[in-house]
Design a protein around this ligand. Structure first.
Ligand code: THU
Length: 133
């Protein structure tokens, strides 16, 4: 399977995760599929809240869920995220900071829209100079 086919497969998983989005306030549904180094896929969707602030993006839902399910930080291979945007979606700054903490710097982040367009960038390209303690 080509790299593009593998990317498209992960995007398909993110599209399925998107169906579970809870986005009654923005109406903007996002799905994420996160591949770990063992080949397991972890799913995330955005989960909104009436107080707005507690809203969790699809990417962080998948990342936090995977860590809670026992994946060690650093043990991720790729992340796909999809939303209904004119251009491929781009992750927010908070999610970029979380990716920088939990994922390898050279891990590909596949950013897609529902029309099948996608772009790929590494975690460190998305957040150069990430804050670290
Ligand atoms: N959102 C995500 O889940 N991921 C992104 O990359 C961008 C934004 C969510 C947060 C909120 O529920 C809605 O999209 C609108 O900002």
């Amino acid at each position: 399977m080509s790299l593009e086919e593998r990317y498209r497969q992960l995007i398909d998983h993110a599209l399925r995760a998107r169906e579970r989005a809870y986005a009654p306030y923005s109406g903007f549904r996002v799905g994420c599929a996160l591949l770990d180094l063992t080949g397991t896929i972890h799913y995330g969707c955005n989960v909104e809240n009436a107080a707005y602030g507690p809203t969790n993006c699809a990417e962080r839902t998948a990342l936090f869920r995977a860590v809670a399910d026992g994946v060690a930080p650093g043990q991720f291979a790729a992340l796909a995220v999809v939303g209904d945007t004119p251009q491929p979606i781009t992750p927010c700054g908070v999610c970029r900071q979380v990716m920088a903490e939990l994922c390898p710097p050279d891990m590909p982040v596949i950013m897609a829209n529902v029309r099948g367009q996608f772009a790929v960038a590494t975690v460190s390209e998305l957040l150069p100079g990430a804050f670290r303690l």
